[in-house]
Design a protein around this ligand. Structure first.
Ligand SMILES: [Zn+2]
Length: 254
């Protein structure tokens, strides 16, 4: 009996210790203030950021996707202008996609630089967004949206169906409406979308939706070819890189 009691106390101490470590690791997020402007250095592949802003944990129609990513490995930091763009776009989506709850995925480290399992996201201008999902009747399905970082392991067929739950499909119309909102918000804040990464086999389906056609008409650039691994993983989320509008104008003049 005594042995059992001792084991129980030991177990409780372990859980308390774990919770304490967790709280200490999350302190940054609780005291983050988001003041001033961020300064990006270098590129998305080889860069850093000063005074990055922490995105909120959630908004009215969206939420961050992972406790681990947000609180433990500090991956929810972004350039202050991109922060505004993300929030303004979700605000627009309250009107253009009133029945959808969105999920924001990985942003970047507190000071940018290399991230776990990633080559980009280094200067605060790159963000991942979860592709919304739908049932066969067109209503939103959030069943697979709550599995945190395991979401990256989900597989979808080139016909947009989940390989395990074939009744769950990717919702490209809603994804496209979100991209249109991002494009508008970026331009209103002096940036623009530099490129989007989505699994290339899914592009024809994306462009076949009414809003996907508008994205195409606007000339928003999707990477037409990707390394096999990068292509494989971008079937559950889309990566968006922003850049300053002026820089692109200069590049076009060359
Ligand atoms: Zn990404």
């Amino acid at each position: 009996m005594k042995e059992r009691k001792k084991r129980k106390i030991k177990k409780r101490k372990l859980i308390l210790g774990f919770l304490l470590v967790l709280s200490l690791l999350s302190l940054d997020q609780f005291f983050e203030t988001n003041e001033g402007e961020s300064t990006s250095k270098g590129s998305v592949r080889n860069g850093s950021i000063e005074n990055a802003w922490l995105v909120p944990w959630s908004g009215d129609n969206w939420g961050y996707f992972s406790v681990m990513s947000y609180f433990i490995i500090d991956n929810a930091y972004i350039h202050s202008t991109v922060y505004k763009i993300i929030l303004e776009a979700y605000k627009t989506c309250e009107t253009t996609c009133p029945d959808t709850y969105f999920r924001l995925m990985e942003c970047g480290n507190t000071r940018g630089g290399k991230m776990l399992l990633r080559r980009t996201h280094q200067n605060g201008y790159g963000v991942d967004f979860m592709i919304p999902k739908k049932n066969k009747d067109g209503s939103q399905n959030q069943f697979l949206d709550r599995i945190g970082m395991l979401h990256y392991l989900l597989e979808f067929t080139p016909t947009e169906k989940n390989t395990i739950f074939s009744s769950i499909e990717l919702d490209f119309e809603i994804m496209a409406r979100h991209i249109l909102a991002l494009d508008d918000a970026a331009k209103a804040n002096g940036l623009e979308i530099h490129k989007i990464i989505l699994r290339t086999e899914l592009l024809p389906l994306f462009y076949s939706t009414p809003s996907g056609q508008k994205v195409q008409e606007r000339g928003i650039y999707f990477m037409p070819r990707l390394y096999p691994l990068a292509n494989k993983v971008h079937d559950d989320h889309y990566h968006v890189d922003f850049e300053r509008r002026k820089q692109k104008l200069k590049m076009n003049r060359r």
